[in-house]
Design a protein around this ligand. Structure first.
Ligand code: GLV
Length: 311
């Protein structure tokens, strides 16, 4: 690779771990951590969660923008040069984190832990029927690398698994549904719905009263997509009516969730502060260097964003 600056603009402590990997694997690259940008005209690659608003003017030689996270919905595409390749973070650490979080949430719901926590509060010793995993139908919205890895784990645990996405996919042991006309059948067979969709114009407000009404009564939601995909009032109404039994939310809108918000103290909602999964610096830097090598060879990069699609 010719003399080039790779600029990292995200958490500096994690950036120092990226720097270690670059020193070892790509010493020819001048790896810099924001705000130490060096000569802006040398910046060919930028990894950021939030790029600077003057990105186009400031870095005229920029060739690739890497998101430091799995999503790219935080980017304002209108300020990015139209032909600039944008790459999502697809790395083993973020995948493993998501598999752990969703598996934990699904097992917790499957084994009636919310009910046992309530019973404990009341001092109630009362066994509930234990159902085999094969009788629990889990459905995952979104069949990207995260959705597929989550499903592989849940299939391994014996759950009856299905997935839904806008285009047709194949995942071993999973009934895959594609497109809006297949959504109803997918929802009708889903006891635990996991949302792993990217945030786009098509998925904003996707988790609404109509969608909840198509699930079997008493289904549960695990939301690990993006806050704006959920219509909050519709979730509260579905929980109040019993259409939904429980909700596990790792994302809200806005984040952090305001103190007075009803979700905080709702007995059927469990909240975590957007920690389901996080980019792991060491494995992320390895994946980004692999992608830089693909880019220099003129091969397609993994996680390349299709701007028309929005992810
Ligand atoms: C977190 O939500 C991410 O996009 O990495």
């Amino acid at each position: 690779m010719s003399a080039a600056t790779f600029l990292y603009k995200s958490d500096p402590a994690r950036g120092r771990q990226w720097a270690e990997v670059f020193r070892r694997r790509a010493p020819e690259i001048d790896f810099r951590i924001w705000p130490d940008i060096g000569d802006p005209a040398q910046v060919r690659f930028l990894a950021a969660w939030e790029p600077p608003p003057d990105i186009a003017a400031r870095f005229p030689a920029l060739e690739v923008l890497f998101s430091s996270g799995a999503g790219v919905d935080q980017f304002d595409f209108t300020i990015l040069p139209p032909a600039l390749p944008v790459v999502r973070m697809v790395e083993p650490g973020i995948v493993r984190g998501m598999v752990e979080y969703v598996t934990h949430a699904v097992l917790d719901l499957h084994r009636d832990m919310p009910a046992y926590r309530r019973q404990q509060q009341e001092g109630l010793w009362q066994p509930l029927t234990v159902r085999p995993a094969g009788e629990r139908r889990v459905g995952v919205l979104g069949l990207g690398s995260l959705g597929q890895a989550v499903l592989a784990q849940l299939v391994g645990l014996g759950f009856d698994c299905a997935g839904w996405s806008r285009s047709q996919h194949h995942v071993d042991g999973v009934q895959c549904h594609a497109g809006s006309e297949a959504l109803q059948d997918f929802l009708a067979r889903t006891d635990v719905l996991v949302c792993l969709l990217p945030l786009t114009d098509a998925t904003r407000g996707f988790l609404d009263a109509r969608l909840f009404s198509l699930l079997p009564r008493g289904a549960s939601l695990v939301h690990v997509g993006r806050g704006p995909q959920l219509v909050e009032a519709d979730l509260l109404a579905a929980l109040a009516s019993g259409q939904l039994a429980e909700a596990v939310l790792d994302v809200t809108d806005p984040e952090p969730l305001p103190q007075a918000h009803a979700f905080w103290r709702h007995p059927r909602i469990r909240l975590t502060p957007h920690i389901a999964s996080m980019t792991q610096p060491l494995s992320a830097a390895e994946v980004v260097i692999d992608n830089l090598q693909r880019f220099e060879r003129g091969e397609p990069m993994l996680g390349l964003v299709d701007r028309a699609r929005g992810y």
